[in-house]
Design a binder for this molecule. Structure first.
Ligand SMILES: Cc1cc2nc3c(=O)[nH]c(=O)nc-3n(C[C@H](O)[C@H](O)[C@H](O)COP(=O)(O)OP(=O)(O)OC[C@H]3O[C@@H](n4cnc5c(N)ncnc54)[C@H](O)[C@@H]3O)c2cc1C
Length: 369
């Protein structure tokens, strides 16, 4: 039986371990914190899954496979961790992100419903009655992947299916030729293949030939609508864009959670060691950006906010690269969670069938349609 070592237990590392066990590997996962680790990009109540993908046709084209991979995971876990809210994308000017995304979907014959602003406001009464929109695009599928529950579910499935999971164990060095890792705790592990899925820490391993991977901060704000708007928010869709180029995205209230507001325009390179405070100024800027989008947003209550980091690769593409018997896997760039289960199956395919490695890497990079 081939032995695999996975460094990092975010969604990428855990799903890769899942894919490898399904293919008969013996797997050890080494994680520097707990699972979930609150500082991991993967850790939060939920992450958005949606079809709209701007001009990145290679990723839009794979969304069907991404949903199918989650379905395969739910079967193994014996439970679902996705709550479908549907998703809207709003275009306010020609050629903006949502407009481009809809052209991409049309080009791929992926169904979505188009409506006018007035139709959208009538159907979704949480929207501002004066919403500025050329059109609103809606998919009934998509919504919230319950991130921490997925990480916990994968951890428990892996343990029940023979994987060795080492938490609170920081990998300090990787030897790709000897296929060994060394940890701060003094352990030494050997295997047939080692997969580096260490998120923002990946650059520290100086992986030969690795592209530039840039830690990038993202602040999200959880808010509660006033009681008189609770009915308007019932059954509200999540959203991936509200027009222009601000990159407003977020998740509707699900499972007793407040709604989650994001503002991609404020996501910038930063230092994960010092940049994790969500400042009052940033929180205010994010909530204010929703004026004219949600009815009476100024009456909402901020319940919490957090700044976390993801890893951006060139052109925001996923990276699968090998050196000797080591594999670097960074399926992130701020859009990796929705592909988590598929990434795990892809990575396992590339590792189990080395002749297909380059093909799988191209596919994961969104270069094949
Ligand atoms: C605020 C925010 C919002 C996002 N929203 C979305 C969204 O709505 N939809 C979406 O699809 N994607 C979203 N993303 C992106 C998505 O969360 C990431 O692409 C994905 O979670 C990356 O997973 P990962 O496993 O590669 O990295 P991580 O989750 O960061 O996992 C890496 C793991 O490696 C561990 N590690 C690091 N160094 C070591 C070491 N030396 N030894 C051992 N372990 C180590 C870390 O502790 C961590 O647990 C968002 C990201 C952020 C930050």
């Amino acid at each position: 039986m081939s032995k695999a070592l996975v460094v990092g237990a975010g969604v990428t590392g855990l799903a890769t371990a899942w894919g490898l066990i399904r293919r008969g590997f013996a797997v050890t996962v080494v994680e520097k914190g707990p699972i979930p680790n609150p500082t991991a990009a993967s850790s939060d109540h939920h992450r958005l899954i949606r079809w709209h993908y701007g001009d990145q046709a290679g990723y839009a084209a794979r969304m069907g496979e991404a949903f199918a991979a989650w379905d395969a995971l739910w079967v193994d876990l014996g439970t679902h961790h996705m709550i479908e809210t549907g998703v809207i994308a709003v275009s306010s000017e020609e050629g903006d992100w949502a407009d481009t995304a809809c052209r991409t979907l049309d080009g791929l014959s992926i169904a979505h419903e188009r409506m006018t602003a007035a139709e959208a406001v009538a159907r979704f009464p949480h929207l501002d009655p004066n919403l500025a929109a050329r059109f609103v695009s809606y998919t009934p599928t998509g919504g919230a992947l319950m991130a921490n529950r997925i990480l916990e579910g994968l951890r428990d499935w892996l343990t029940a299916n023979g994987a060795e999971i080492r938490t609170e164990t920081e990998v300090t060095a990787i030897d790709p030729d000897q296929v060994r890792i060394t940890t701060a705790q003094g352990n030494d592990f050997a295997a047939d293949v080692v997969i580096v899925a260490a998120g923002i820490s990946a650059p520290g391993f100086n992986f030969p030939g690795a592209p530039k991977l840039v830690p990038t901060s993202s602040t999200i704000v959880y808010v509660e609508p006033p009681a008189d708007l609770a009915t308007a928010w019932q059954g509200a869709p999540s959203w991936v864009d509200f027009g222009g180029f601000d990159d407003l995205w977020g998740i509707a209230p699900v499972d007793g959670l407040p709604l989650k507001l994001g503002l991609g325009r404020l996501s910038l390179p930063g230092d994960p060691a010092t940049g994790r405070v969500a400042s009052e100024e940033k929180i205010r800027e994010i909530v204010t950006a929703y004026r004219g989008k949600f009815r009476d947003i100024e009456r909402f209550t901020v319940t919490s906010a957090q700044t976390n980091f993801y890893t951006v690769a060139p052109e925001s593409r996923f990276v699968l690269q090998r050196s000797g018997k080591a594999v670097l896997l960074s399926a992130d760039s701020g859009h990796g969670f929705k592909f988590g289960a598929l990434t795990g199956l892809d990575a396992a395919e590339a590792i189990a069938e080395p002749g297909r490695f380059d093909h799988v890497a191209r596919r994961m990079a969104g270069r094949d349609i």
